[in-house]
Design a protein around this ligand. Structure first.
Ligand code: PLP
Length: 457
């Protein structure tokens, strides 16, 4: 075996198609329901928020969808991204396992998020949209969409969860550098935001509230503005499959095939982007790769949530979908992985988890930062706190392989770098961070607020 550590593809190997899991779903999808009527949503309802091309992708069952040339041209700025073998980490762990990671942190905005931001900006532009609204938690999504809107000449309003706005001024400045307007949510710019502030003047916000504000602005703009979501939806997960399609080729270059594929999950997009092409190989080619989604103990959507119909946002304006949920009123503990604080999860991923095609684990905050630092010291990259959840589990897998003296091949997604997350690292190193386990009683209480939906037969 060579000592090679970087497995690089040629620009001409950039994928030409996205992979659509809907073509191969082994379980039937649940309907998406209108938040008021609770009847299945129509394209007309969705077209207030999204351009028609993205709505068609949302419901498509085509296995592969062509990536437009204009989108591929932008992808070429950083794609194909490198696949690395973490030999130095393997050595530090003394494990017989081989650890590979896909580095999505090399995108200009610092994470996997531009893979869908660029596509969404493109389809909005060609659909006649002039401006977009969105929310952002950690700021990674907002930066990605700000970059993409700038490339396609669209205006952008970003509703940034207040706690992140305060913790991460540099992310805000980055968005402004690309030309976006950024507001600390809850704001007084929306009816919903004003209501939250009236009840909780010191609210630090949540992703659910920020989504409600961004949706309200688009929905009441008379068609001038549309809304863009950075995770959860089918089309978003599909745009991310460029990660897995590249990784399949790169594992081939390395002469190995993963026994286990790992990614952190907030709404599910980076994990699915890497894992769905490998799931296709499981379903259609008889491979047996384990697919492991990792979430924080503090927001244990898959591992402790309830699989049921719930609203996508706090104001109950977004569609009702069947997903694992902690309740749409969930106000997350202020953990430092801002991008993982959503109450729900992508419906396709939930259905696959429920049916046993995907595994899930939750990890505590302190052990996650410990893994992040071990990785940074071995491999040189300071990971995003979100991505560090995948690293924690990759290390645990490698240590388990060591204990069992097994030659396991592990692949994880390094969804972003943590260069803007220094305040989190500082707090960890100063001993100021705590573990936080979300209480089961809080989840039970939140279930009282679920929409009353007759489960379709
Ligand atoms: C670096 C990074 N990784 C992961 C996530 C989680 O999102 P998703 O589950 O959609 O990949 C985020 C979200 O903001 C993020 O910024």
């Amino acid at each position: 075996m060579s000592e090679k550590i970087r497995f690089l593809l040629d620009p001409s190997d950039l994928p030409r198609q996205w992979y659509n899991i809907n073509a191969d779903m082994p379980v039937a999808p649940a309907p998406v329901l209108h938040p008021q009527t609770k009847e299945p949503v129509t394209p007309d309802f969705l077209s207030v928020l999204f351009p028609m091309e993205l709505i068609m992708q949302e419901v498509s069952t085509e296995r592969f969808i062509e990536i437009p040339q204009e989108v591929r041209e932008v992808y070429k700025l950083w794609r194909p991204t490198p696949l690395l073998r973490a030999r130095r980490l393997e050595k530090a762990l003394g494990t017989p396992a081989h650890i590979y990671y896909k580095n999505e942190g090399v995108s200009p905005a610092g994470s996997h998020k531009p893979n869908t931001a660029v596509a969404q900006a493109f389809y909005n532009k060609t659909g006649g949209t002039k401006a977009l609204t969105t929310e952002t938690g950690a700021g990674q999504w907002g930066s990605a969409l700000a970059m993409a809107c700038n490339f396609f000449d669209l205006d952008l309003e970003v509703y940034m969860v207040k706690v992140s706005y305060e913790q991460k001024p540099y992310r805000r400045i980055m968005m402004e550098t690309y030309g976006a307007e950024v507001f600390a949510s809850p704001t007084d710019r929306t009816q919903f935001g004003r209501g939250v502030l009236a009840e909780h003047p010191h609210s630090t916000g949540s992703l659910g509230i920020a989504i409600s504000e961004a949706v309200e602005v688009a929905a009441t703009s008379g068609g001038a503005k549309k809304y863009s979501l950075g995770s959860v939806l089918n089309h978003v997960l599909m745009h991310q499959t460029v990660i897995g399609e590249e990784a399949l080729k790169q594992m081939d270059l390395a002469g190995e095939y993963p026994d286990v594929v790992i990614g952190c999950v907030g709404g599910g997009s980076n994990f699915s982007g890497l894992a769905y092409p490998f799931l296709r190989e499981n379903l259609r080619e008889g491979q047996r790769t384990r697919l492991v989604a990792v979430e924080p103990n503090a927001t244990p959507t898959l591992t402790k949530g309830v699989y049921t119909f719930d609203y996508g946002d706090t104001a109950m304006m977004a569609p009702i979908v069947k997903m694992y949920t902690l309740g749409h009123g969930f106000v997350p503990p202020p953990i430092h992985a801002g991008g993982l604080r959503y109450h729900g999860m992508a419906p396709s991923l939930c259905a696959l988890f429920d049916a046993g095609y995907i595994e899930a684990v939750s990890v505590p905050q302190l052990a996650t930062f410990e893994a992040a630092i071990q990785f940074a010291r071995a491999e040189g990259i300071v990971p995003a706190p979100e991505s560090a959840h995948a690293i924690r589990t990759a290390i645990d897998e490698a240590l388990d392989a060591k204990e069992k003296d097994e030659a396991r091949v592990i692949l994880f997604n390094l969804s972003g770098h943590g260069n803007f997350d220094m305040s989190a690292y500082q707090a960890y190193m100063a001993g100021e961070l705590e573990d936080y386990e979300y209480p089961a009683e809080a989840i039970q209480a939140a279930m009282q607020e679920l929409p009353q939906v007759a489960e379709p037969a």
